[in-house]
Design a protein around this ligand. Structure first.
Ligand code: 5AD
Ligand code: SF4
Length: 448
């Protein structure tokens, strides 16, 4: 783990080999070519899928490298400052390629596109098209397709491949967490009708999709015409052979949902429930709307419902005003909840958020120490818990086929990421014995 980075994940790889930066597959460089580079969360991955379809319809072949692309689309994340810095690096590189005549046009989309800062970026880097998260459909006109202004709906499926699909059930967020730019760039919550979600999943399953992930900033806040998230989850778990959902908010998480995870065979027993801090004082400053005790109680319901399941979280260290005592309370919560993995973030001030202007900025050296302490706590617990899996025989869903090293990446029903010696195709299951475990992944072998 690089201790100088401003974020760390002790989590298994959830979506792809490299979820935060996904390129397009290689394609012959004939005719028009485009390269889509996606940064950030699953919502962005999903948006990229829609844009991919538009450029394909417009006759573009997808390429992997910028230098082979006529059009480059940077689909971006704005959640932390270093995300912007990374995108600036890419924009600088693209400007150089454009001067050399290798890249013709550049589009900036996603959450940075929706932020005010995009205007100055557009000038500095000569970006041809800037789109936010609500007007992605304008890409259609940009690539020469008829306008999709009227026909574009958020109801298109987003697929990782035929075997796994991401289905957006809600967009936006009605919370106002002190540090978070998401409500500004994604807007308020909009929930998709239940029938529309169910119909889409029925179609996906009929087409061979074996794994459905329900997506949204706060999926458990979903409600529609008297139905709540658990109703939707239950309906989906009756249709799809394998189901997961992310991200949840502790204030919306119902015990009923936690129990359903344990009871329903088709739901992966993996819960991602961001806590952010273990201190009630900080949770209040952050406007999270719950106390640490309530979070602990939710976790005990989950652990009871799915004792073998996995629990992950998000934690921010160094939010303005965080004292040593607040930090100790976070460490205590990490100890008590025994997370199987966590995304740990150093606070990053985002212009336009409340926290960016708060007093009590925590000095970098202290943030760094706290970050490492939380990381150590999470990893120790995760390692201990993972050790308990050694010797078990597990059914593993293959997410990514074997690479040159002969290892495929899969997921157990408990939500553990597993490396397994197998040439099984993505979307299939293998049964294997867990032979060893690190803090992040399990290693399994198929015994004949
Ligand atoms: N600084 C640091 N971390 C942040 N997150 C969101 N905004 C910020 C910020 N300004 C983290 C939160 C959230 C996750 C997606 O990113 O932990 O749950
Ligand atoms: Fe951001 Fe809070 Fe909404 Fe999550 S719940 S997207 S952290 S405002």
């Amino acid at each position: 783990m690089n201790s100088t980075t401003s974020e760390a994940s002790t989590a298994p790889i959830p979506l792809s080999r490299k979820p935060s930066e996904r390129g397009s597959p290689d394609a012959p460089a004939r005719g028009k070519t485009a390269c889509i580079r996606t940064f950030g969360c699953q919502m962005n991955v999903h948006d990229a899928d829609r844009m991919r379809r538009m450029i394909q319809d417009a006759g573009y072949a997808e390429v992997q490298r910028y230098e082979d692309a006529d059009l480059v689309i940077l689909n971006t994340c704005y959640v932390r400052e270093n995300a912007v810095d990374r995108v600036k690096g890419h924009l600088g590189e693209l400007n150089r390629l454009r001067r050399e005549g290798r890249v013709k046009r550049v589009a900036l989309t996603g959450c940075i596109g929706a932020a005010e800062e995009s205007q100055s970026l557009q000038k500095t880097y000569n970006i041809d098209l800037v789109l936010g998260t609500h007007n992605t459909y304008e890409l259609a006109e940009f690539v020469g397709l008829p306008t999709m202004r009227e026909t574009y709906t958020p109801e298109l499926p987003g697929t990782e491949g035929e075997h796994s699909a991401f289905v957006t059930i809600m967009t936006g967020c009605n919370y106002q967490c002190s540090y978070c730019i998401v409500p500004t760039v994604r807007g308020r919550m909009t929930c998709r009708p239940m029938e529309s979600v169910v119909r889409e999943i029925e179609n996906l399953v009929a087409g061979g999709t074996g794994y459905v992930t329900l997506l949204g900033q706060t999926v458990d806040a979903w409600r529609y015409q008297g139905k709540r998230f658990c109703d939707l989850l239950e309906a989906v778990s009756d249709i799809a052979p394998r189901v997961w959902f992310t991200t949840s908010h502790p204030s919306n998480m119902e015990d009923r949902t936690l129990r359903a995870i344990g009871e329903r065979d088709t739901i992966v027993k993996r819960l991602h429930l961001p806590v952010q801090s273990g201190s009630d004082r900080m949770l209040n400053v952050m406007h999270r709307g719950y106390k640490a005790e309530r979070y602990r109680r939710k976790i005990s319901v989950f652990r009871e419902a799915a004792p073998e399941g996995t629990l992950s979280t998000d934690i921010i260290v160094g939010h303005p005003g965080e004292t040593e005592e607040d930090h100790q309370q976070t460490l205590q919560l990490v100890e008590d909840c025994e997370f199987d993995s966590a995304y740990i973030f150093k606070f990053s001030p985002r212009r336009g958020t409340e926290a960016a202007d708060l007093p009590g900025v925590v000095p970098d050296a202290i943030v760094q120490r706290r970050f490492l302490e939380v990381l150590r706590g999470v990893e120790q617990n995760a390692f201990r818990r993972n050790q308990r899996k050694v010797g078990n025989m597990e059914e593993i869903f293959i997410r990514h086929g074997a690479t040159e090293d002969g290892k495929a990446i899969g997921e157990t029903w408990s939500g553990h990421a597993v490396h397994v010696d197998s040439d099984a195709a993505p979307g299939t299951y293998v049964t294997a014995t867990i032979e060893s475990a690190g803090p992040h992944v399990l290693y399994a072998r198929i015994r004949n």
